[in-house]
Design a protein around this ligand. Sequence first.
Ligand SMILES: [Zn+2]
Ligand SMILES: [Zn+2]
Length: 315
Amino acid sequence: MTNDILDDFLIFNTYGLYCKYGNFYLDPVQPVERAVISHAHADHAISGNIAIYCTDATHAFMKLRYGKNAGKFFDIAPYNVAFDVGGVKISFIPAGHMLGSAQVLMEYNGVRYLYTGDYKVQPDATCEPIEWINADVLVTESTFADPVIIHPDPIGEIKKLNDIKMNILLGAYGLGKSQRLINLINEHAPQKKILVHHRIMPINAIYEKMGFPPGKYQIYSRKLMKNQEDFVYIVPPFTFDSYIRATDVKRLFASGWKNLQVNKQDTLFISDHVDWNDILQAVKQVDPKQVWTLHGNGMHLKKYFGDEIVVKILN
Ligand SMILES: [Zn+2]
Ligand SMILES: [Zn+2]
């Protein structure tokens, strides 16, 4: 006998995605009493929550970013070990998105609901690889849930650096993306020497402490880059923008977001999210009865699955 899927198991309100059955939020957008946090990116992990359930790495990154305001009580759970939140059984499953990122499996009344958070299926040596589990309801991000969006091979993108015979200023988000880039450059453009902005250094230190060293790099100094041409200087977006008039470097921004780009020549298309094919793969692996979509456009999935799988658009 299979129990019924609760149509209102997760609903959106002004604080974010809410589960009334366990009285908690998933990645709330405003501070709440009980927050289950999938990963440490700022749009998922805000400051000021009271009780926070997350992985070890997510906790470390939140402490680094928010200090005392990170939250009142942290309940840290390893992957694949169930714990109880208000009567809902929860487990974290690796999401492959960045270090510590988790899918959230929620079991209630015999039904398995799986919230993916942000996830990716491309290999990434700087985080735990994604794990697949079965669930009755797959709650997936659908930022790129459009058949026209197919991410290029990240290795091909990184190899473009080999053809650039001058120093490179590489803009990237400091948490997750920067470490993945350091790793990819070490592997696929090994003659390049990596410099990192000082704001990225403490993040790298957490990666190293957690057993995921990104690779070889050194802290930036102006002297190093003089009369050289094989440096790649990785900077956060804010610093990248302040170099807008720099003429002695090639400026590149690493992003999976097409709408951010100035033009194709200035972009490395490296995404930490799933594209259309990846989402189809997720549905195949999780084998759900229903797919609920978040953050994006669920219409294409609805059309694609037709009567085969119920697709519900949550936002
Ligand atoms: Zn993210
Ligand atoms: Zn996100």
